[in-house]
Design a protein. Structure first.
Ligand code: 7RM
Length: 640
């Protein structure tokens, strides 16, 4: 496999080259893609000035990303499995789609979309469970040049409608329902409700999955199987410009209104393939499994695009980690002899709480690489993952990146970069991070902590926010002139390794000392009775900010209830120092989390401030009920 770094010496050499001459570096990588017409110029950019940000990669290149997945791989991989689909219910048979079979399905559905009159540039919203047709639908859009906007199937009707309307999509693709553990989710009903306020949608394509009864709107609703009826599999890919939009993906910002992150064709393609191969050190014939939902960027880049561009075999799982039992992940690893396994720390922590016996009864000897993404991984979870899941023999790649970056940015290379628990380690060649202080001054050298920015474009970066280019500049390029603002704080340790501390708004300034909420949480989580915690700042008369910790504990006895607070304080003092000791500790039964497992600290901060009058949009919460419980038990008087 080309473009793969195989040693630390090569890493350092490539890194130097990528900084000295980024255009030559990326051109060499892009050479191995299939182009209808090569680019005239590798890069044209400015982060400021009229129309900024303006970032054009592989200028005037012509291509189609699906030709790079299918036509490019067809001679060698026609009969190789592209997607192994594991259903929610282990009693249902799995599906294996070869590159040849997947290609036919993509061309067929592409023809169905064309028959409905869908054109290049149209926005197609996709609201599907984790079934193979989700991958087929997105690739069919890419095939004809339509822009897919995938909405995670756990979002509510309101959230779906907002996203459809923001992109003025004219097509929605959904299913009758979806299976999730023991539950059936009525996706068509939810979509129907959303579509009541979506005037732009002309076609609603409905896939049969659960066979549940659905209401039908004649004219608008069409069964998937009717759409592809008789269309055949002859299909020529639409020729796209490098900078034509490939997809929109909504992500929440600091305000309530979701941002439609725009990714374009060539840059995203080159970056997702390059990062996939290098980070996971994928070898031909390996089985790769990313447990994310395709509704999030992680699924876009590391279930579908990255692996399929690289000609990999990618596992796609419809269900949840704890159904029918807490051993499901490990059962699947054993079933398909998964080699690279990529998941989120929140899933790891949830499984730790279930006990080791769910792990040890499965054969995990196929595993060679473990990955994490989405949030900092605490040391305890890292150790469990490394020792128990990896049997002490698998490198862990702690991959830092964002919806906006399109692919992995700061990460170890599996088995190559020496790792340290909780550190994302080093930037990939081609990625130029910089730490700055709040005034924007560069913090040079090692052993510094600041705001993480990126100082040079990379091919996978966002190009705009859909319909609001100005907001894109304001959000990411206006705080520090000439830099992309990640919104994360980070530390560069004595060795030059990066540790992501968390969102900059999550850094608490206590008596003039900056303390990362993630650091305090890590320390609190060291207490044997603690399952999880979330820390925020709150106004403190003397210190400026005090530390407020919301903590989930394992069953506590009456006696333990009486001592737990002091014990947690002592634990934090032990692991960080008295400066980080929480001023207030509230034992809770749950935390306000988004469906992707991110704690909504905004809500906890508001409650800690004693103000629950305006908690903002809580519709994306997994369980809005926990908020009430937290307000009632708060350690401050809370205004409602
Ligand atoms: C891929 C994804 C992005 C935010 C990002 C960070 C946090 C992601 C890590 C991490 C520490 C990591 N996209 N984050 N990865 N923090 N270590 N390895 O998650 O757009 O949904 O979120 O997630 O705060 O800014 S995302």
């Amino acid at each position: 496999m080309t473009n793969k770094i195989t040693s630390m010496a090569e890493y350092y050499q490539k890194y130097q080259e990528s900084v000295a001459n980024p255009e030559a570096f990326w051109a060499e990588i892009a050479e191995s893609s299939f182009w209808r017409k090569k680019w005239d110029k590798v890069l044209d950019w400015r982060f400021d000035g009229p129309g900024a940000p303006m970032v054009n990669w592989f200028v005037n290149g012509k291509l189609n990303i699906t030709e790079n997945i299918f036509e490019r791989n067809m001679f060698t991989r026609k009969d190789q499995v592209a997607i192994i689909w594991e259903p929610n219910d282990p009693k249902e048979k799995e599906v294996r789609l070869t590159y040849g079979e997947l290609f036919d399905k993509v061309k067929e559905f592409a023809n169905g979309l064309l028959k409905l009159g869908v054109k290049k540039g149209d926005r197609v919203a996709i609201y599907l469970p984790m079934v193979p047709e989700l991958a087929v639908a997105m690739l069919a859009c890419a095939r004809i040049g339509a822009i897919h906007s995938i909405v995670f199937a756990g979002f509510s009707a309101t959230a779906l409608a907002d996203r459809i309307n923001d992109a003025s999509a004219n097509v929605l693709i959904t299913s009758d329902g979806g299976f999730r553990g023991s539950k059936k989710i009525p996706l068509k009903d939810i979509a129907d409700e959303a579509l009541e306020s979506c005037p732009t949608v002309e076609h609603n394509i409905v896939l049969k999955r659960t066979e549940q009864d659905v209401k039908w709107t004649e004219g608008r609703d069409k069964w998937w199987h009717d759409v592809i009826e008789g269309v055949g599999i002859d299909n020529e890919a639409e020729v796209m410009d490098s900078e034509d939009t490939l997809f929109i993906l909504y992500t929440s910002g600091s305000t309530g209104k979701p941002k439609g992150v725009v990714h374009t064709t060539a840059g995203y393609m080159v970056f997702s393939e390059y990062t996939f191969k290098n980070v996971f050190q994928y070898n031909d014939g390996d089985v790769f499994w990313c447990t994310a939902d395709i509704g999030w960027v992680t699924g876009h880049s590391y279930i579908v695009y990255g692996p399929l561009l690289a000609g990999a075999t990618s596992v796609m799982f419809e269900g949840v980690p704890t159904w029918p039992d807490a051993g499901r992940f490990w059962e699947i690893v054993a079933k398909y002899k998964v080699n690279q396994f990529y998941t989120a720390p929140t899933a790891i922590r949830a499984l730790i709480a279930q006990g080791n016996e769910w792990v040890t009864k499965h054969d995990l000897s196929s595993l060679s690489v473990l990955g994490t993404v989405g949030e900092p991984i605490n040391e305890e979870a890292w150790r469990w993952y490394h020792d128990l899941i990896g049997g002490g023999k698998c490198p862990i790649v702690d991959t830092w990146w964002q919806t906006e970056t399109g692919g992995i940015m700061i990460t170890p290379l599996a088995g190559i970069t020496p790792t340290k628990p909780s550190l994302a380690t080093l930037p990939l060649p081609g990625v130029q991070p910089i730490l700055v202080d709040p005034e924007g001054n560069e913090l040079k050298g090692n052993g510094v902590e600041g705001i993480l920015c990126i100082k040079f474009p990379w091919p996978g970066m966002l190009r705009s926010l859909y319909g609001d280019h100005k907001r894109c500049h304001e959000t990411y390029f206006s705080m520090f002139k000439g830099l992309y603002l990640t919104g994360d704080g980070a530390k560069r340790d004595e060795e030059g390794y990066y540790r992501i501390i968390g969102r900059i708004d999550d850094v608490i300034n206590v008596s003039g000392h900056r303390i990362g909420t993630a650091e305090v949480e890590d320390a609190i989580n060291q207490h044997p009775k603690v399952n999880e915690s979330a820390v925020v700042g709150y106004p403190h008369e003397i210190k400026g900010s005090g530390i407020y910790a919301y903590v989930i504990c394992e069953d506590l006895s009456e006696d333990e209830m009486g001592t737990i607070e002091n014990e947690i304080k002592a634990t934090v003092t032990k692991f960080i120092g008295p400066i980080a000791k929480p001023d207030k500790i509230q034992i809770v039964s749950g935390l306000p989390k988004t469906r992707s497992g991110k704690i909504m600290r905004r809500i906890l901060r508001k409650i800690g401030e004693g103000d629950a009058t305006n908690l903002g949009d809580t519709s994306t919460l997994l369980d809005p009920g926990v908020v009430e419980e937290i307000i009632t038990g708060a350690k401050v008087e809370v205004k409602r």
